[in-house]
Write a protein that binds this ligand. Structure first.
Ligand code: ZN
Length: 249
């Protein structure tokens, strides 16, 4: 059993939350009970994740995608009412860490994806250090790189590029970071990996010869929140459950 505030303070400090400018509040988003014994992690604070946390009698739902995004309607109606009502009814603290959890050099989504894939991190750069530059331990064809992602993330990626292209130098940013592609191209990489693709990146990939892999927003961002949950567990001795759902996006 740990005090909620101690966990929040530790997370804020570890993730250096004050260094980021974000689109949603980082930290406690919906207040529940003041003591925490059981935490459920999830990529998103979806109703399915909240229901699972309630079933597990969790005191905290720890997520990467919380609520209250800058562009979101502020009224508490419909799906948002349903989510918040269920959290309040079960006194579940809903805690979200967004960009600080993408960028953290050890627990972050980018770092955790690299760890799973065996990619070597050379530097973090770009907007709020969200773009990672690195390389494969040995040169592989684009087909092999894509197949390794499909295997590890259990999701078939969208690949734009010459399948036989030799890939060594990489850039990546998990989630919806297709707009960092130009910067990745400027870094002189062979391939850029992110979670989503928009129409423009297809042409950019073809015209520059830099391969683009869209490996899934959810799929590329599964591991940061799990790593944060594990770190909280070992620091505070709480129980930890990981919720995952099949999200094709
Ligand atoms: Zn995301």
């Amino acid at each position: 059993m740990a005090a909620r505030q101690d966990i929040l303070d530790w997370c804020d400090d570890t993730l250096q939350v004050t260094n980021f400018s974000d689109y949603a509040p980082n930290g406690l988003q919906v207040e529940g009970c003041s003591k925490v014994e059981r935490i459920v992690t999830s990529v998103t604070a979806s109703f399915a994740a909240i229901e699972y946390a309630a079933t597990q009698q969790a005191d905290m739902l720890l997520v990467h995608h919380g609520m209250f995004w800058r562009s979101e309607p502020v009224t508490i109606t419909g799906w948002k009412k349903q989510r918040i009502a269920t959290l309040l009814q079960h006194q579940i603290n809903m805690v979200g860490y967004h960009l600080p959890l993408d960028a953290h050099p050890k627990l972050g989504n980018n770092a955790q994806l690299a760890k799973r894939m065996g990619w070597i991190v050379e530097k973090q750069t770009g907007e709020q250090n969200l773009l990672n530059i690195g390389c494969l331990s040995e040169t592989q064809s684009l087909t092999v790189v894509a197949a390794m992602l499909a295997h590890e993330l259990e999701r078939e990626p969208i690949v734009v590029g010459n399948n036989s292209k030799e890939i060594r130098k990489l850039a990546w940013c998990t989630g919806g970071a297709q707009n960092f592609f130009q910067q990745a191209i400027d870094e002189g990489v062979d391939a850029y990996i992110t979670g989503e693709i928009s129409e423009a990146q297809y042409h950019l990939a073809n015209e520059t010869g830099v391969a683009f892999i869209s490996a899934g927003h959810h799929a590329t961002e599964r591991y940061g929140v799990q790593a944060l949950g594990e770190a909280i567990k070992s620091r505070f001795g709480v129980e930890l459950y990981c919720f995952d759902e099949q999200n094709p996006a």
